[in-house]
Design a protein around this ligand. Structure first.
Ligand code: CTP
Length: 398
């Protein structure tokens, strides 16, 4: 994801320094080359050796160290960066940069860079609310500096409130978003994901093995690209991606209502949900007791949400999935035509490395003009990026 990206991780002195260690791990795992700069105060909390070992590079701490300056000078750090991430950022750091002060290695490098700077402040809640801090943050935002909103909770000082450093995953996601070109600015994207549950009685339901991973990955990638994303999701165990509006539903009928309502104000609809095709005709109010050796459930057909969206598509771009276990192209092509889609993402859910509970997928893209594209096995995140590349191209040439 971040292969070849040069990221400067600036660490300033606060109790949350330990979380920066995990952030470093996430960034390096995603393929980034991370160069760590620590302020002197930060080294009081966690030793530079920890960051050095995990980044595989020397940690920079001194502006006036002859050795460090000779190896990679502060201007060279500033120039090579694709992104600066400052986590945790103290009120002192924010204040200094807002005033144009550069009195240590980190503030000097930040002042000298043309790369985007993402600042994750962490401090006592009263400090965070202090009007001087607020002015400093507002001034930096005005000049294009990016901020991660702090989390609310129990602070190290014993107070409860806003000012905690968010989880490393949240900062990581915002770093990715900062590095992603905003190719879908303000475009309204609705994504559906996950399974639906069709109630039998108060304790039982019919459903399928969908994990929701594919739809969530698409929503996350669209948000990174600057889209206004709404995720209509059936029950899943997944975390809603940062910056995505969520609508939670259970049954196919609830998903239909949610999708039709959101579709009216959307530009692009991507339907990755595994909707149950049938629901029990009757939902029992009480738990069904066991009786005879066999039990017959009477099922009735659910509406085909995608087909309904296709019939009232207008100017919108409509993308569907085709989950097949046989005759993949033939069945997918039929869905493209019958549901009036612009693009079908077809996958053989029985193939190894594709399907429900794995993190990878193997897909084919089918277009209205008859074109078919074959993609190799790749992560669902990578498939999401490929889908959005195609969607963007189709959207531009609509
Ligand atoms: N879909 C839908 N509403 C349904 C069933 C499916 O909106 N009631 C959508 C899915 O979200 C997916 C596409 O239609 O984008 C294809 O779903 P799939 O399960 O592959 O096929 P079905 O249309 O249900 O047909 P079949 O089960 O016969 O393969």
């Amino acid at each position: 994801m971040l292969k070849g990206k040069e990221i400067i991780l600036g660490v300033t002195g606060g109790i949350a320094v330990y979380k920066a260690v995990e952030l470093l791990r996430l960034l390096t795992k995603a393929g980034a080359n991370v160069h760590v700069i620590m302020t002197r105060a930060a080294t009081e909390f966690v030793a530079p050796l920890t960051f050095q070992t995990l980044s595989g590079r020397p940690v920079h701490t001194e502006l006036f160290s002859l050795i460090q300056e000779q190896e990679i000078g502060h201007i060279s750090l500033a120039d090579r960066a694709d992104l600066f991430v400052i986590a945790p950022a103290t009120a002192n750091f924010v204040g200094k940069v807002a005033c144009g002060l550069a009195d240590d290695l980190l503030t000097t490098a930040v002042m000298a860079t043309k790369a985007p700077v993402l600042i994750a402040p962490a401090m006592n809640m009263n400090m965070y609310q202090n009007p001087i801090y607020r002015e400093n943050e507002a001034r930096l935002k005005k000049h294009g500096y990016l901020f991660v909103h702090p989390a609310t909770g129990l602070l190290a000082c014993g107070w409860e409130g806003e000012g905690k450093l968010p989880d490393p995953e949240v900062i990581f996601e915002e770093a990715l978003a900062a590095l992603t070109q905003k190719t879908l600015p303000e475009v309204r994207v609705v994504v559906s994901a996950g399974p639906t549950r069709e109630a039998i009685d108060p304790v039982r339901y019919l459903s399928n093995h969908s994990s929701g991973k594919m739809g969530y990955a698409i929503a996350r990638e669209a948000a990174r690209r600057g889209a206004e994303v709404t995720l209509v999701t059936g029950p899943t165990a997944l975390k809603v991606p940062a910056g995505v509006n969520v609508v939670r539903v259970e049954s196919a009928l609830e998903m239909r209502d949610a999708m039709l309502e959101r579709a009216a104000t959307s530009d692009i609809i991507i339907k990755a949900a595994a909707v149950a095709d049938y629901r029990p005709r009757e939902r029992f109010d009480q738990k069904v007791k066991k009786g005879d050796a066999t039990l017959t459930l009477d099922l009735e057909k659910n509406p085909d949400i995608l087909a309904e969206l296709g019939s009232q598509k207008g100017e919108r771009l409509l993308v569907g999935f085709a989950a097949e276990t046989e005759a993949l192209l033939e069945n997918a092509e039929k869905k493209l035509r019958e549901k009036n889609l612009d693009l079908v993402v077809a996958n053989d859910v029985a193939a190894e490395g594709a399907g429900f509970h794995v993190d990878t997928n193997i897909v084919k893209f089918l277009y209205r003009d008859g074109r078919v594209e074959d993609l190799p096995l790749m992560s669902k995140d990578a498939v999401a990026a490929q889908i959005l590349d195609r969607v963007e191209a189709l959207y531009r040439t609509r």
